[in-house]
Write a protein that binds this ligand. Structure first.
Ligand code: CO
Length: 215
């Protein structure tokens, strides 16, 4: 209970500070949100969307799950994607993985965690797709990190091939999809060079990103 009291005290201090900085902060935020970005990231507690890109509340719409997956039958993710694209009209979708991801490691090493093993089956599919390149790496850490990168590239593809994004592009909406990987060790984001702004760019950017990962 003591710990929760601490959280509530933190909240009161935080809210007070926001109002001191800007008396209209909560009033304007409560009336609307107009984020330009949708962040699709891992649930890992060390990878908080807003802090990493240093944006205040109201600037980034967020979906997180274990190992930042975009699965075509996941109505949770699809609902977030649809709301972000069709209602909020975000201009950029950021798929953000992170090195040393426990979910990716579990998928790679075949560890049994529980029900999430079924969820991580999708990461195992990514591993299988790129097994040739992964098996050439000298150690497990490099292998996990490389699979984190491949996983982001494949999830970017899944975003691009969703009916939501396809329809938005078809309607002429400006929408860029990007693939990033965050490093827990230095706090920096690496851009995987797979920014896609329309259906014609999908295959060329995918092949370019895979070539970069193979170098
Ligand atoms: Co993770």
């Amino acid at each position: 209970m003591h710990d929760l009291q601490q959280l509530l005290a933190n909240n009161q201090r935080w809210a007070r500070q926001r109002v001191e900085d800007d008396p209209h902060f909560f009033k304007s935020l409560s009336e609307q949100q107009t984020p330009e970005y949708l962040w699709i990231g891992c649930s890992d507690s060390r990878v908080p969307a807003n802090q990493i890109i240093d944006l205040p509340p109201g600037e980034v719409f967020v979906h997180r799950n274990i190992a930042n997956q975009v699965v075509h039958t996941d109505f949770n993710c699809l609902s977030v994607l649809q709301f972000a694209v069709d209602v909020l009209k975000v201009r950029h979708i950021l798929v953000v993985g992170h090195y040393g991801c426990s979910g990716v490691r579990a998928a790679l090493q075949g560890q049994r965690l529980g029900i999430s093993d079924n969820w991580l089956r999708h990461v195992k599919d990514v591993r299988h797709k790129h097994i040739h390149r992964l098996s050439a790496l000298p150690d497990q850490t490099q292998c996990v990190d490389k699979l984190c990168e491949y996983n982001v590239v494949e999830q970017v593809m899944n975003v691009c091939h969703s009916t939501i994004v396809q329809d938005a592009w078809e309607a002429g909406q400006s929408l860029h999809i990007h693939g990033w990987v965050y490093s827990l060790e230095d706090g920096l984001v690496r851009d995987l060079g797979i920014s896609i702004d329309g259906p014609d760019a999908i295959m060329s950017r995918y092949e370019y990103a895979l070539k970069r990962l193979a170098d």
